[in-house]
Design a protein around this ligand. Sequence first.
Ligand code: TZP
Ligand code: MG
Length: 211
Amino acid sequence: MKDFQLYAITGETFHPGRDLIEVMEEAIRGGVDIVQLRDKTSSKRDVLQKAKALRELTKKYGVPFIVNDHIDVALAVDADGIHLGQDDLPLAEARKIVGPDKIIGISTHQIEEARAAQAEGADYIGVGPIFETKSKVDVVDPVTTAYIQQVAAEITIPFVAIGGIKLHNVEQVLAAGASRICMISEIVGAADVKAVCEQFTAILERHKEEV
Ligand code: TZP
Ligand code: MG
């Protein structure tokens, strides 16, 4: 898969009154290089409509588009991949459905899950929640940056840190060994989405030069 560093997930509750596509376009223009549609409340039909619009947008900018949970929607709009949690369809079954070419990302909260995802052929893993987050209801306790260190030392597939990442704590995440970060609220809830993404991009680029 094409590598990425700044991953934005949708979260419409964080931008009331602002259009999803407008917000995500600003994020991409600020440096977001992979987008995920994550919608736990809308009807399948509404998820499909949003996925179609995001597919069009991401195609225009050449940015990979991932759908959370809804494998059928991902296939229907020809998304680049899907993202699954530990309670979703197991990776092997999901792979049978989407075929060899789609990206499959798996959320992990402990090293055993990371090892299993890698062994089963995940294209990338999510590592988190690093810090406290209000964006996920059933979330486990923060895994802290110690989990990033563990993954960085052992796992060879790409991993992305997630959960409570903000401009004020991102340096801790990068110092622990992450080179890809994923956010909902800090990006889509920003007053100036593009500017925040530009700041994260600059921090990521600076960090790349330092390591
Ligand atoms: N998975 C682990 S934490 C999280 C997800 C989807 C929520 C991240 O949102 P935020 O607002 O960046 O903390
Ligand atoms: Mg899920």
